[in-house]
Design a protein around this ligand. Structure first.
Ligand SMILES: [Fe+2]
Ligand SMILES: [Fe+2]
Length: 397
């Protein structure tokens, strides 16, 4: 059996790793490839803020899942302390007795091989399979390989790897800046975003496509309109534009679900609802949307709360909550009597626009035989009592 062993920090694993593994599988004609995420690698400590062992294991599993005959092993992650390659190879030899082992590594690592713990033993256990990228790489690697052959009688194999130029350290810098999406296996990227590993923030195109996939096509222009409007309002009132974008892109993510599915989500995520909400999809989707945004897309409490209250409003709304509520109401595809006045008001007095929008929403629901939520009236009362205009009048009295 030809067994490939591919270790690394995989912090995070990226498409360059996957492509390299694919090359190794085919060019070495491997029967099986074992990918081994390192616990604490001896040659480098993991940078601060790196995900824990479980997350690195899961990201590695997700990244390599498209490859056939490939297993991700937790033998190094299960160990406490530093992981040594020699011990990993001995363990794998016990697990796959009689196998012909190839130790797959990049050229940088290969050129330090003699300094690894028990290098001679490593070279007796496995044959180094070095991923090389063209002539410059080849020269140094070939010289080192012939030195190892003379000194240890070790045969090395060069694997021509035309993999992407990606590095994990580059990705760690890109992820918090909403970059890196095209360098990572999609399922892994979704996991990173869900758990906001590395301080990652979602690429907006990726986020839109995730959301639009779950929507009826007719709703997409509305969401696009909301996004444009929310960003304009955020600029006008000094709110965080990126947070506004995350909130509006996600605000109607569960809108296409049936009442039964919405109620199931409420049970799954322990969402508190009252009798009025339980009877009405229109009211439930904002709460289930907030839960999905938090649980599956890792949004902040501020963003989740803006999604949660976008249908009913509530007392003492945050600036972001107000912006999402009004953007949803006045975005360019909306057509109803008075919408142009409301649009103008939204950019001159956000609170007055909210009072008007909330009242119109109550009137509209009543006219359609839907019971408006008491929270909406409470939002109006709160705004009227706390608006600067009102305070000024009270002071005069
Ligand atoms: Fe909505
Ligand atoms: Fe909406």
């Amino acid at each position: 059996m030809r067994l490939g062993v591919y270790g690394g920090s995989f912090n995070p694993p990226h498409l360059g790793h996957v492509k390299a593994a694919e090359c190794a599988l085919s060019r070495l004609a491997l029967d099986r490839l074992v990918v081994v995420p390192a616990g604490i690698p001896p040659h480098k400590a993991l940078p601060d803020g790196s995900p824990g062992p479980e997350d690195r294991l899961e990201m590695t599993r997700l990244s390599f899942s498209p490859l056939k005959n490939t297993t991700v092993s937790d033998i190094e992650l299960r160990k406490n302390g530093v992981s040594y390659t020699v011990e990993t190879l001995e363990q794998l030899q016990r697990e796959y007795p009689g196998s012909d082992m190839y130790l797959i590594m990049g050229s940088d690592m290969f050129l330090t091989l003699e300094q690894w713990k028990d290098a001679g033993r490593i070279l007796r256990l496995a044959r180094p399979a070095v991923l090389v990228r063209g002539a410059a790489d080849d020269a140094g690697v070939a010289a080192y390989a012939s030195m190892l052959r003379e000194k240890y009688g070790a045969g090395c194999v060069l694997v021509n790897n035309d993999a992407l130029e990606v590095s994990s350290s580059e990705l760690r810098e890109l992820l918090p800046r909403r970059g890196g999406v095209h360098m990572i296996e999609d399922k892994t990227y979704a996991y990173i975003i869900k758990k906001r590993l590395y301080g990652a923030k979602p690429d907006f195109d990726w986020l839109r496509s995730r959301v639009f996939d779950r929507m009826l096509p007719g709703r997409i222009p509305h969401v696009k309109g909301c996004e444009a409007e929310a960003v304009k309002l955020a600029r006008r009132y000094g709110a965080d534009e990126d947070e506004a974008r995350e909130a509006v892109i996600l605000h109607d993510i569960t809108k296409a679900l049936t009442l039964e599915d919405q109620l199931q989500l409420c049970r799954n995520y322990d969402i508190m609802t009252d009798a009025v909400e339980q009877a009405e999809v229109k009211l439930l989707h904002s709460k289930t949307g907030a839960a999905i945004a938090r649980e599956q897309f890792g949004v902040s409490d501020r963003v989740s709360s803006a999604i949660c209250w976008h249908t009913t409003g509530r007392e003492d709304m945050t600036l972001l909550e107000k912006i999402i509520y009004i953007a949803d109401y006045i975005e360019p595809t909306r057509e109803f009597e008075g919408v142009d006045d409301l649009r103008r008001l939204a950019y001159t007095d956000l609170d007055q626009a909210l009072v008007k929008g909330l009242q119109m929403s109550i009137d509209d629901m009543k006219s359609r035989g839907i019971v408006p939520h008491l929270r909406t009236q409470a939002a109006i009362t709160w705004l009227l009592e706390h608006s600067p205009q009102d305070k000024g009048d009270k002071e005069k009295i």
